[in-house]
Write a protein that binds this ligand. Sequence first.
Ligand code: ADP
Ligand code: SF4
Length: 682
Amino acid sequence: MTRDPRYDVLFAPVRIGPHIARNRFYQVPHCNGMGYRDASALAAMRGMKAEGGWAVVCTEMVEIHHTADVSPYVELRLWSDQDIPMLARIAEAIGAQGALSGIELCHSGYTANNLWSREAPMAASPMPTASYFHDPIQARGMDKEDIRNLRRAHRQAALRARQAGFDLVYVYAGHGLGIFQHFLSRATNLRTDEYGGSLENRARLLREVIADTKDAVGGDCAVPVRIAMHEFQGAAGLEPAEVEDAIAMMAELPDLWDLSLSDWSKDSQTSRFSEEGFQEPYIKGVKKLTSKPVIGVGRYTSPDAMVRVIRQGIMDMIGAARPSIADPFLPRKIEEGRLDDIRECIGCNICVTHDYTMTPLRCTQNPSMGEEWRRGWHPEYIRPRDADAHVLIIGAGPAGLEAGRALGQRGYRVTIADKSGEAGGRVARESKLPGLAAWARVRDWRLLQLRKLSSVSLYLESEMTADSIVEFGADQVLLATGSHWLRDLTGRYFTAPATFDTACDVLTPDDLMAGQRPRAREVTIFDDDHYYMGGVVAELLAREDHGVTLVTPAAVASAFTKASLEQKAIQSRLLSLGVKIIANQAVAGVAPDHVRLHCVFTGAETLHGAGSVVLVTARRPVDCLWQDLAARHLPVGRAGDCYAPGTIAAAVHSGRAFAEDFGRPPRDFLDLPFRREVTALS
Ligand code: ADP
Ligand code: SF4
């Protein structure tokens, strides 16, 4: 197939400083939880994007100096010449596939706590550091010599980046993480010298560093500037009008303007809170200020939307982090006219949670993300079957669909049976909850791929029993039968089950997703799960006019969503819907007209008047078939939630792992299933 001429504009080359980008697909810098610890894995991941057709592929933020140490987070470092080989490996992996490599040099100012280096953090003005853990650390205000030293450090890092082979060397003033943004914003720059006060003064350091970087490497490397258009603090911080004035003052200095929002939670909004293209209102004024290429992001996965933003003069290249994670081959698929093969990002931010947990990047839609080097997985290819075999998969949720798709791609005969009338398992159910519609893409992409595989058949409304499975006579059975929510209070906080009076109206998320509703107007939700479900269920019931109280043993609602950047937005939405949040309490017992609350600090118990109760605590595998079949000594595997309930991303990954391993000799429990990179001793 060939490209639809409508999309030709996306494949026009673009000049960026001394380089030509081969098309308009630009993978902006993004974090990945691998950094200096997993450099070869990182190189393979970036190289995969280049193979998939992106014209520019960038690193994450790279610490330029030991006072820019953002540990415990694991980013790349360029503290000394020792780091150059690691960075060169990444630049080389990108360049080998014909893409331009970009490096985002970064000094994080008061957001670098220097926990590893033990240096005093430096900032535009003295202030407590920004930190996830509220570390008891303050940054010292920089004097003129510090400013001169920072400029020298940035210049030296630029020279090292060039030596490592990078084509684009960034000056970073974005996400509240780059010190040049801290100087630019009156929220973080309280100086009274020529680097503080007026916009011209606050922009002085940024202007100087752009000039320094151009001077150091500008002949060989392009110098983009990544800048925050909005800090969402009202006039106390940066707003688009002022940032536009700053850009106008330096319009032609850099080789490209890369626009974003600050902080990261505003820039990487999830689909629960924003649509594709959500940044356009903030960035649309910039192109008229400069002749240099302008890029922006906004979770673009639709080629028509990409064409529109270019034709409307909003940006010159399509910036993407998450769409390139979900589908590293997005540009090639558009070029080859294979639009329905695009694996669209669902906007869930599981990818982001792994930067926060300092573990290798992963993706709900793309199970090969982060596994390119470690397990040798490819987002598009998988090795052909070793021999003929017929695999029967029970369950068409994310695990079963991905296993079936990947086994079918390998050439195996696959039958998938699901008792439900609808494919997709939990994704089909959860995507009907408020804000989660885009999650249906996990199912839809896989169903579309299955339709192209003649060796795979899917049967709905087909409940399987141990007897019918034996009778079917497949060579291999895979159970992907999912899990169900518990109704007995067991979870993280209480591990022993409780029993309730039968008069109590106690529901679980499964009941709500099946269409059941609380009998009483007042509803108490006990969220001992801490990810999205408790908050989503609260939103659902509040929108349906129930009076909702959310009880959580954590300090905030949906506590884990801090890591997916959603917590503030979730709590704010719940509060605006009138949901009452009772923090630091667990529901210890349920009676027909009240619940017993248990203080997580003192253990003191109080009664809280409650109507109906929804328990969002823990899930249990649906594994009765497993018990039956194991007793009959059949070749049976398990994948997804029926093995261990987890995220949708984990279910997809385990389905893929089953398909990858199928046909290989069974692995001993003591054998590592992946490669590791172990630091060489000095
Ligand atoms: P996962 O996230 O692990 O893929 P899901 O809960 O999303 O799990 O999907 C499990 C699927 O398995 C559901 O669609 C469910 O209808 C199906 N299922 C469970 N038990 C059976 C069974 N005995 N026969 C057929 N389908 C089943
Ligand atoms: Fe998109 Fe979710 Fe994948 Fe991140 S993890 S790239 S948000 S689908």
